[in-house]
Design a protein around this ligand. Structure first.
Ligand code: 5GP
Ligand code: ZN
Length: 118
């Protein structure tokens, strides 16, 4: 059973409202907030409220939260009027992907052209 919170995890602290981070969205399953070092005019992070280190810890019991992350991505796209211009959703996992915060998160990036294609 995964711990619901992880001591010292910056994103658990944000989810719990223990920081000054402005929340863009929060419900029972997920939270969205601006990335502290934005790489585009719109750069937000969508996280499950439960502490999961990465996709490597994802299990069937997390399906609802993972699905909700996409619902919130669409919500952000509409809120910030980038649904038509486009946006990129990224989930980095492990060293080769450069994951630096070990609380699963989806980057929502929009507002400029993104030439790199995986
Ligand atoms: P990763 O490379 O792990 O996919 O991305 C982690 C992201 O979290 C980075 O873009 C970084 O700027 C952001 N980040 C790290 N610490 C904090 C924090 O305390 N608050 C916020 N809002 N973003 C953070
Ligand atoms: Zn956490």
């Amino acid at each position: 059973m995964t711990n619901r919170w992880m001591d010292g995890c910056p994103f658990c602290r944000i989810v719990r409202g223990e920081t000054s981070t402005r929340l863009l969205y929060q419900d029972d399953l997920v939270t969205a907030f601006p990335d502290i070092h934005p790489i585009a005019p719109h750069h937000y992070l969508i996280v499950p409220n439960v502490h999961l280190e990465s996709v490597n810890e994802v299990a069937p019991e997390h399906e609802a939260a993972l699905g909700r992350m996409f619902i919130v991505a669409r919500h952000l796209a509409e809120t910030y009027h980038v649904a038509q211009s486009g946006y990129r959703l990224i989930v980095n996992t492990g060293p080769h992907a450069g994951q630096s915060v070990f609380h699963l998160h989806m980057h929502f990036i929009a507002g400029r052209h993104m030439p790199f294609r995986a």
